[in-house]
Design a protein around this ligand. Structure first.
Ligand code: HEM
Length: 331
């Protein structure tokens, strides 16, 4: 229970800090300028550092994980995505993994049945929940581009239109808001419901879920409940992206909670499991081509050992071998 409660309380405290500081002490400059700039710098430098650190690690072996037919005879059907033989195919495999969570689709669940049989079954819920979670967050973040450009980019209008398709309330209801909330709830409940998952889950699994959940909840409150004036927000974001350090105008306190939680997420990102977003591209089990039967891979760390052939060995020890009556290839 402690490992769930602790991250939950942390997120509540994190949300209260900007609320109290802006509402009671008027620290808008700190939370509207200094914290977002610091967070953006930590995010960019932190992610670059993690990526370079991974990139400079040697990958001496050909270790892609495969689960399809390898390329061999012309009459045996090759599966180029599950078992790529060149970098293009491996690239497509990584992309399908990133865009559609391809390997998670094969997720299975093992259960002991009453008759003491272990049964495996298909389990697509995690795949679906994960996909909905990531895609809805991506669309929400892309829609936010309207705050960062003077002229709203065309793709934002398209996303806005598609996302607001169910034009049932004012302001327009976004489907992704509901989907993101549902997906966060599902991913949290999934960890709670299953005894194995409860044991395996750590505070660092719950914290990002609560943090992202809180960002979405505050965003939803700003849009549908408290009704924030968007123009000063846009002014402030345009100032920030133009590297201006001017003080923000009159913006509702809830916005500072939203932007502070986003800043915490940005600072947390490079040092946490959230870096799986970058790691997937650099994972040798996924991005290498399985060409070990086409090309000989030699471990570059192998020492330059001088090998002795058997005939050289016999040449060296022939006399001794003869004395010991050992069979010789050459007399
Ligand atoms: C991880 C990043 C972020 C997430 C997940 C997120 C999430 C959300 C969500 C779910 C909403 C509800 C309405 C909607 O879907 O548009 C929202 C609204 C809002 N967000 Fe964010 N947000 C993020 C970053 C930011 C940033 C960097 C800003 C700075 C401008 C921002 C400013 C706002 C504002 C002003 C609203 C109210 C929009 C309205 O009333 O139409 N958000 N956010």
């Amino acid at each position: 229970m402690k490992k769930i409660l602790m991250p939950f309380v942390m997120v509540i405290v994190l949300a209260l800090i900007p609320y109290l500081a802006v509402h009671y002490a008027g620290l808008t400059y700190l939370f509207g300028v200094i914290v977002p700039y610091t967070a953006a710098a930590v995010l960019v430098l932190g992610v670059l550092w993690r990526l370079f650190n991974w990139m400079r690690r040697p990958v001496p072996f050909c270790i892609p994980t495969t689960c399809g037919q390898e390329k061999s005879f012309a009459w045996i059907k090759h599966n180029p995505i599950e078992n790529p033989t060149n970098s293009w195919q491996a690239g497509i495999r990584v992309l399908t993994e990133v865009l559609f969570f391809r390997s998670l689709f094969r997720n299975t669940k093992a259960e002991w049945h009453k008759d003491a049989n272990l049964a495996y079954g298909s389990h697509k819920w995690l795949w679906l929940g994960g996909l909905v979670f990531h895609w809805s967050l991506l669309i929400i973040v892309l829609r936010h581009a309207r705050f960062f450009f003077v002229m709203v980019p065309g793709f934002v209008d398209i996303l806005d239109y598609a996302d607001g398709f169910f034009d049932i309330i004012l302001p327009t209801f976004y489907v992704t808001d509901a989907l993101a909330l549902a997906a966060v709830t599902f991913l949290f409940v999934r960890r709670l419901r299953d005894a194995k998952m409860r044991i395996l889950s750590l505070p660092t699994d719950y914290f990002p879920l609560f943090l992202i959940g809180a960002i979405v909840v505050v965003g939803v409150l700003m849009r549908y409940v408290v009704r924030l004036n968007i123009m000063p927000v846009k002014d402030q974001m345009l100032r920030l992206v133009n590297f201006s350090f001017d003080a923000p105008g009159e913006i509702g306190t809830l916005f500072y909670v939203h932007i502070f939680l986003v800043s915490v997420l940005a600072i947390y990102f490079p040092f946490s499991k959230l870096m799986h977003a970058g790691a997937i591209f650099l994972s040798p089990t996924r991005n290498l081509a399985n060409n070990s039967r086409i090309k000989r891979h030699i471990n570059p760390w192998n020492k330059d050992i001088k090998f002795k052939t058997y005939s050289e060995y016999e040449d060296d020890y022939r006399d001794k071998m003869k004395k010991a009556n050992l069979p010789l290839e050459k007399q």
